[in-house]
Design a binder for this molecule. Structure first.
Ligand code: B1M
Length: 216
C-alpha cells in the first residue's frame, strides 16, 4: 500500500503535477505514513529521475522547474509534520544557505527542516548567497554552525570561500562549517577545510551534533 503511494509521489514529480503531489502528500499524512519515508522513497526518487531525464536530453528546463514545483508542494505538506512541537531547549544555532550563483533550495531546506526537528535553531538565509551574507548572519545570530549547500560543480567552490572568509574574520575557532549537496564529497570537503560533510539530511543532523559535541 505504502509502496504504491511512494511510486505515485515519485510519478507526480516526474510528470510535473504539483496538485497531485500535494494531494498525495495529504493522503499520506491522513493514512499515517511516515513523512520522511515519503520524501526519501517517493519525492526524492522522482526528482532524481527528472535530473536523469534532463541530463539525457529527454527533459528540458521547463520539466525541471515543474518537477521541482511538484516536489515543493508536497514538501510544504510533509515538512511541518516532521518538525512537530518545538518547545524543547535549543541545541545550537545553524546559519544555513545555498552558495552564491546557485538557486537549488530543496535539499538545503530539507536539511534545515531535519535540524529544526532535532532541536536546532535554523536561520535559513535562502539561496544565491555570498560569503559575506553567511558571515553577517553568523555574527548577528552568534551561530555555532554554518551550513552551506551547493548543487552545481561550478558553485561548490564557493563553499571554500565561506571558510576563507570565516578565517579572515577570526571566526574559524568559534564556528564549525558543514557542507553538502549532490556534487560535494568528503574528499572535496576535506580539501577546502570544512569541518564536516554530510551526504543527506539525516547525516547532516548527526554531523551537527558531533560538530558541536552536543548530546543527540
Ligand atoms: Co538543476 N541541476 N539546474 N535545477 N537540478 C542539477 C543539480 C543537475 C545535476 C541536473 C542534471 O544535469 N542531471 C545539473 C548540475 C550539473 C552539474 O553541476 N554538473 C543541474 C543544472 C545543470 C541546472 C541548470 C544550470 C540548468 C540550466 O539552467 N540549464 C540550472 C542552474 C540554476 C542555478 O542554480 N544557477 C538549474 C536549475 C534548476 C531548477 C531551478 C529548475 C531546479 C531547482 C528548483 C529549486 O530548488 N527551487 C533544479 C533541479 C530540481 C535539479 C535536480 C533535478 C534536483 C535537485 C534536487 O532538488 N534534489 C538536480 C539533479 C540531481 O540532483 N539529481 C539538478 C532533491 C534534493 C532532496 O536533493 O538537493 O541533492 P539534494 O539534497 C540532498 C543532499 O545533496 C544533501 O541532503 C539533501 C537531502 O537528502 N544536501 C546537504 C544538500 N545540501 C546539503 C547541505 C548540507 C548537508 C547535506 O550541509 C549544509
Amino acid at each position: 500500500m505504502s509502496t504504491e503511494l511512494y511510486e505515485k509521489l515519485a510519478q507526480s514529480v516526474i510528470e510535473g503535477e504539483p496538485e497531485d503531489a500535494e494531494q498525495l502528500a495529504r493522503q499520506a499524512l491522513a493514512d499515517g505514513v511516515d513523512p520522511l519515508t515519503c520524501i526519501n522513497e517517493g519525492l526524492t526518487k522522482g526528482i532524481q529521475r527528472v535530473g536523469e531525464l534532463f541530463a539525457s536530453g529527454e527533459y528540458f528546463l521547463p520539466e525541471l522547474i515543474i518537477g521541482a514545483e511538484a516536489m515543493k508542494k508536497a514538501l510544504a505538506v510533509l515538512e511541518p509534520a516532521m518538525v512537530g512541537d518545538q518547545s524543547r531547549e535549543v541545541v545550537g544555532t545553524v546559519v544555513l544557505g545555498t552558495v552564491e550563483g546557485d538557486m537549488h533550495e530543496i535539499g538545503k531546506t530539507l536539511v534545515g527542516t531535519m535540524l529544526t526537528a532535532n532541536g536546532y535553531k535554523v536561520i535559513d538565509l535562502g539561496v544565491d548567497l555570498s560569503a559575506d551574507k553567511f558571515i553577517g548572519a553568523v555574527k548577528e545570530n552568534n551561530a555555532d554552525i554554518v551550513g552551506a549547500s551547493a548543487l552545481l560543480t561550478t558553485t561548490m567552490l564557493q563553499q571554500g570561500k565561506i571558510i576563507d572568509a570565516l578565517e579572515a574574520e577570526g571566526l574559524s575557532d568559534k564556528v564549525k562549517v558543514m557542507v553538502g549537496g549532490a556534487p560535494v564529497t568528503q574528499s572535496f570537503a576535506s580539501e577546502i577545510g570544512a569541518d564536516g560533510y554530510a551526504e543527506d539530511a539525516i547525516s547532516a543532523v548527526d554531523l551537527a551534533f558531533r560538530l558541536i559535541d552536543a548530546p543527540a
